[in-house]
Ligand binder design. Structure first.
Ligand code: APR
Length: 233
């Protein structure tokens, strides 16, 4: 097998499922309680800010109560021990990658533990509620929203992500359904640039056919095994 010098890992809600955080498109998925339009769009926030703030206040509390699982910790080990280029692009808004020891992480859909002031544009690490309209630490206005990329908004960090996809020789997708773009298109972008592609997922995803290899099973089993393989090379 050719040398591996540069890896891009894409993760989705499935990597945090075994930490007790609900995914989106399972039957008991997160969106089942609310139509996406109500809680994950700027229009929904404008229509009912209290509902949207409450939805994300609940998720922020769940994230704080959750613990990283063996998959997050394996990627933390990869980050520490892999001497090549590594970028972990996550669609998740939890901080379990960081608490699992990973440092080279980009949150393309934002972070539940970040608040974004709509008055002065400042962003602040935020662990409490926003529904009660706390003043922005920078400008004092009660104008902070969840720092989450909603449908119709531009994902974060797309330039460094595309640069990494163009340069990597291995692209690994973990725990994502391949239902939402632009993340669902990353595998084709990587493959077009000559990267090998591997999917680690509980079940076949919408994009499985685009991967050179697809391994089915829980992330807490598949990810440590894969990290062992990479570090043993
Ligand atoms: N191990 C590995 N994979 C798992 C596990 C597990 N324990 N549990 C579930 N999965 C897989 C599911 O089979 C599914 O393919 O994780 C995937 C989760 O898919 P989604 O619920 O669609 O979540 P995700 O792909 O992250 O959604 C992408 O959509 O709603 C938006 O912004 C939201 O970031 C999210 C984006």
């Amino acid at each position: 097998m050719p040398d591996i010098n540069s890896i891009v890992v894409l993760t989705g809600a499935g990597i945090s499922a075994e930490s007790g955080l609900r995914t989106f498109r399972a039957e008991d998925g997160l969106w089942e309680d609310h139509p996406v339009e109500e809680v994950a769009t700027p229009e929904g926030f404008a229509r009912d800010p209290a509902l949207v703030q409450r939805f994300y206040d609940e998720r922020r509390a769940q994230v704080r109560a959750a613990q990283p699982n063996a998959a997050h910790e394996a990627l933390g080990r990869l980050d520490r021990e892999f001497t090549g280029e590594l970028l972990i692009v996550t669609q998740n808004i939890d901080d379990l990658h960081e608490r699992g020891g990973a440092k080279r992480v980009l949150h393309m859909h934002g972070e539940s533990l970040s608040a974004w002031c709509q008055s002065c544009n400042a962003r602040h690490r935020w662990e409490d509620t926003l529904g009660d309209g706390p003043p922005c630490p920078s400008c004092g206005e009660a104008a902070m929203r969840p720092d989450i990329v909603w449908f119709g908004e531009m994902p974060y960090e797309m330039e460094p992500i595309f640069d990494a996809l163009s340069a990597c020789d291995l692209f690994v997708s973990i725990g994502t359904s391949g239902a939402v773009y632009p993340a669902a298109g990353f595998v084709q972008q990587a493959a077009a640039n000559g990267a090998r592609t591997l999917e680690l997922n509980l079940e076949e995803s919408l994009g499985s056919r685009n991967f050179d290899e697809s391994r089915l099973g829980p992330a807490s089993t598949l990810v440590p095994q894969w990290v062992d393989e990479v570090l043993a090379r």
